[in-house]
Design a protein around this ligand. Structure first.
Ligand SMILES: Nc1ncnc2c1ncn2[C@@H]1O[C@H](COP(=O)(O)OP(=O)(O)OP(=O)(O)O)[C@@H](O)[C@H]1O
Length: 271
């Protein structure tokens, strides 16, 4: 039997909890009745086919879209967000797929973009020190914080974007396809970063189409389909189960292949 002592029960309380979240764009229902919990120190992968509602959900949680109905609880209290700065100040940071970095500015300037301590008097030394601290916490491999973004690799850019998202000490960080378009080594580097962010006790929501990456870091896999919850899976779940939930098809290329193999084995046993 699992021992849930008061301390571990407390630890199990979600930081973020969505209840019945829906979002309509005119007649289009992008999200219907979404339920989602994210706990401290866990990576929740959000997966689903194109149009499943993943981006819309991230935008609702980052304050870009107001939900049409439902409630968002943050640290046990219901919250509403009027815009992205509300989400940031609450403690929900987002790294969007485009990363929104300025190519010609260096790493420090990008980490502090829009968050300069005093825009009228930039304390370059303090900003540089803080940038190194953030990168150090992530054990990031960036040669110099005075390099312009243009000279960094895709993995290093993702690192800078993640470091920037940690500047305001968030409790939740959302990553939209952080490994898309990265090579094998850079993908591994970014997945290590995700683990380090989790180990700091943050809740991580990661959108990904890559099941290998999802299995490598996720504690739970939440499937959306056509704007609805379509199951929560463990990283050990079979490919058939996951693909079935994502596509909604009991009969798909993966399950057909599995049943062909099962039939072949069965025929072999009869013969
Ligand atoms: N601003 C909008 N106006 C109208 N419809 C929208 C808007 N944003 C999203 N939608 C619709 O909501 C649904 C969910 O889209 P969303 O982009 O959230 O899916 P997704 O899972 O992120 O897909 P993808 O993997 O392709 O990015 C789609 O039917 C989409 O057309």
């Amino acid at each position: 039997m699992t021992d849930i002592s008061p301390q571990s029960a407390k630890d199990r309380k979600p930081i973020l909890s969505l209840k019945g979240i829906s979002k309509n764009f005119g007649a289009v229902s992008a999200l219907s009745n979404i339920e989602l919990d994210v706990h401290p120190g866990e990576v929740v992968a959000l997966v689903g086919d194109n149009g499943a509602g993943k981006s819309t959900l991230i935008k609702v949680l980052s304050g870009v879209h107001a939900p049409s109905s439902g409630t968002i609880h943050f640290e046990g209290k219901p919250v509403t967000m009027q815009g992205p700065s509300d989400a940031l100040h609450l403690g929900i940071a987002t790294v969007f797929q485009d990363l929104a970095l300025c190519e010609n500015l260096d790493v420090v300037a990008n980490i502090f973009l829009g968050q300069e301590r005093n825009p009228w008097h930039l304390d370059e030394v303090a900003m540089e020190v803080r940038s190194w601290e953030l990168l150090h916490e992530l054990a990031a491999r960036i040669p110099s914080v005075r390099e312009p973004i243009a000279s960094l690799s895709g993995g290093q850019r993702q690192t800078v974007a993640i470091a920037r998202s940690l500047l305001l000490n968030p409790k939740i960080i959302m990553l939209d396809e952080p490994t898309a378009a990265l090579g094998v080594a850079q993908t591994a580097e970014v997945l290590n970063l995700v683990e380090r962010v989790r180990d700091k006790g943050l809740g991580v929501i990661m959108i990904s189409h890559n099941m290998e990456d999802v299995r490598a870091v996720a504690d739970r896999i939440v499937v959306l389909r056509l704007g609805r919850n379509n199951g929560v899976f463990s990283p050990q779940s079979s490919n058939e189960e996951l693909v079935g939930a994502i596509t909604g098809a009991v009969d798909n290329a993966v399950t057909r292949r599995a049943s062909r193999q099962a039939a072949a084995v069965g025929a072999g046993m009869q013969g």
